[in-house]
Ligand binder design. Structure first.
Ligand code: THU
Length: 134
């Protein structure tokens, strides 16, 4: 991934964050998922008064894309609140592992368009449980 594509994805994540519904934690998250055709799916966290139905931004982006028939993904950019560096929760890492090649899929954790770190899914979820086990 070149720098321009990374910046484009981070920008899309910040745009998606604007739709975040987080009246309980007041912590707003945005994500932008790049599929293998170059299409971008945005996602935000969506909270609930019963707490457990809450959906993270990353899973919102994945479920939007998968529900539209997409199955191959290249990268996801994630942005949190207050310029903090976000980190995907364990459940979201597991959802990523269902659809992504862990050694290839890039996870961009961004504070801003120019301040970010890039990891592979393998680095953030080593030795994961996957359909290879079946
Ligand atoms: N959250 C995300 O959207 N993504 C993450 O990776 C971590 C947490 C959301 C869930 C909840 O709405 C809020 O952040 C506080 O946990």
């Amino acid at each position: 991934m070149n720098v321009l594509n990374v910046e484009r994805l981070i920008e899309a994540a910040f745009l998606a964050k604007k739709q975040s519904y987080a009246p309980y934690s007041n912590y707003h998250v945005g994500a932008a998922l790049l599929d293998s055709d170059g299409e971008i799916y945005g996602g935000c966290n969506i909270e609930n008064a019963a707490y457990s139905p809450t959906n993270c931004a990353e899973r919102t982006a994945f479920f939007k894309a998968v529900s539209e028939g997409k199955r191959e993904f290249a990268a996801i950019a994630i942005v949190g609140d207050n310029g903090e560096r976000p980190a995907p929760c364990g459940v979201c890492r597991q959802v990523m592992s269902e659809f992504c090649d862990a050694g290839q899929f890039k996870i961009i954790l961004a504070r801003s368009k120019t301040e970010y770190e890039i990891y592979t899914l393998e680095e953030l979820l080593p030795q994961s449980f996957s359909m290879k086990q079946f």
